[in-house]
Structures are given as C-alpha cells and as structure tokens.
Design a protein around this ligand. Sequence first.
Ligand SMILES: [Zn+2]
Length: 315
Amino acid sequence: MIKKIETPTPFAVGTVNCHLIKKDALSIIDVGTKTPEALEAITAGLKEEGYTVDDIEQVILTHHHPDHIGWTDAFPNAKILGHVYNDAWLRRDEEFIGSHYDFYMNLLIEEGVPEKFMDWPKRMTRRPDMMGTRPLTHILKDGDEVPGHPGLFAIETLGHAQSHLAYWDEEQHALFGGDLLISHTSSNPLIEPPLNPTQKRSKSLLQYNASLKKIRSLPVEIVHSGHGKPIIQAHELINERLEKQHRRALKVLQFIQQEGPFTVYELSSLIFPAKYQKELGLTLSHTVGQLDYLMSLGYVTESSNDRGILYYGAK
Ligand SMILES: [Zn+2]
C-alpha cells in the first residue's frame, strides 16, 4: 500500500508529500512542516485508511529540511529512521548547530559578500524551531534495507541536502525520491555545513549530479516525490535536468570569459539580477554549484586575495 498525503507548508514551495506505506510495518515517509494545518492534513490522510497517529510504527525521513521533518513528534509509538546528518539536527547537536554560524560567515567572506548582508548567517541558525525534537532511533546508511519493509533500500543521494536518502523499492521499481527529483521544478543543491566542522564544505552540485546518475542506473518506473506529482519518465527528466544544468553552467562560463575574474557574489548578481539580494542564500549556493561544476571540467580556476576572498577566472 502506498498512500500519498499532501500537506500544506508556509513556504514558497507550496505543499509537501508524505507517503504512508505498509508491509510488515506501517510507516510514513516524511512528516510535513510543524504547523497545525500540516498535522491536520496528515491525521485526515491516515483516517482515510483507518489509522491514527498512534498506529504508525516508523517515521522514515528523506532529509532534514523543515518541510519534511516537522512532525516527528506526532507519532508517539514510532521509531524514527534517517541519515546520520539528520540526527545531528534532531538532537540539536550543539557543536554541529554551533558550527553553522562560523561556517556561513566564512563562506560569505570567501564569496565576497558585502558587509551589509552579513546578518544572514544569524537567520540560518534559527531553523531547529521548525523541527521535531525526538532524535532518530535508527540510522540508515546507503544500501541499508529499511526495517519492516523487505525489498526497500535506502540510497544515499546527497546534494539537495547533506542528509538526503531516497528509498528504492526493488520489486515495484518505485523510488521514494524526497527532493531529489521534482516534476515541476529543479531541485536546489544547497551548501550546508559538514557534519564534522573541521572538514571542507561538500560540493553540493557535483554530489547532486552524481545522485541523479545513481538513480538513472536503476530501472525506475515511478518516483514518488517530496513535492508535486509522481514522475513516470524519470530517466528522461534526469537527462533533461543534467543537460539544462550544463547549459546554465556554460552561460556562467561566458560571463567569466568575457569579464572575469569574479567573486561568487559578483557572479551571482550577474546570473540573478532580480533576486540575488532577496534570496541571497539560494542564489549564492547556486552560483557556487556552477563554479564547482566548471572547475571539475577544468574550465575555471580559483584564486584567493589577501583578505581571503576567492576569485574565479577562465582557464
Ligand atoms: Zn522539500
């Protein structure tokens, strides 16, 4: 049994999907945003199948973003399963959460962001408010079979989030894809701090591309996404998304070849003239992603000035 439960969010993304699945265990994949409206939608969806929140045995999480893990507290009898990075958020790991401010501040400095936007990391550290408070009871790794669901495997698919797992049903050829692939919009590879603060940031777009290719290697017939409609032509959509991203990166390369070198912030203002200030985090993440990608192809080089600001020029 697979039942999609659509829940409202207060975010621009609109609604988020939870999926009720039953095999040996009754589980719910993702649990919406921590708003009364979302909980109402979940409860109503369960009721249609004759269940209440007390019946849920497992909460299975695709990633730690607030629109997916808000209501982990609502299922008193459930185990909670997900990625180790997700657990760090749910536990409010002090060292990890505390590292966010420094991580984003250092990033903004490297990116050449002007002083007046430096309050942005403060806002980034407030996100635990929107998350459930119960930590994971079970950490899933790439390739793990999900307890209670024989034939359902966790696939680590980082990029959009450093905690992202998709769940592959090898019998049904169905993927619970979280935010890896969304039918109506492309998923944003976000720059997030590493679990271990002494490590370097991950290259989210490169991770994301690798995750898409990982999924493309499977005989996927349907993707039950975290947002919007299920996806039937997953392979086509993956190819389309990879090609589109490549084309966008080549446009960024053109800017650099014509007038570079640039900082990430300068490039961001060229690529997103209308929203680079209003959506600073998102547009910077996107630009960093394109630069990581262009560097991986050997088209662009990175250099640092004496204040630690990074510049990107054509090779
Ligand atoms: Zn989402």
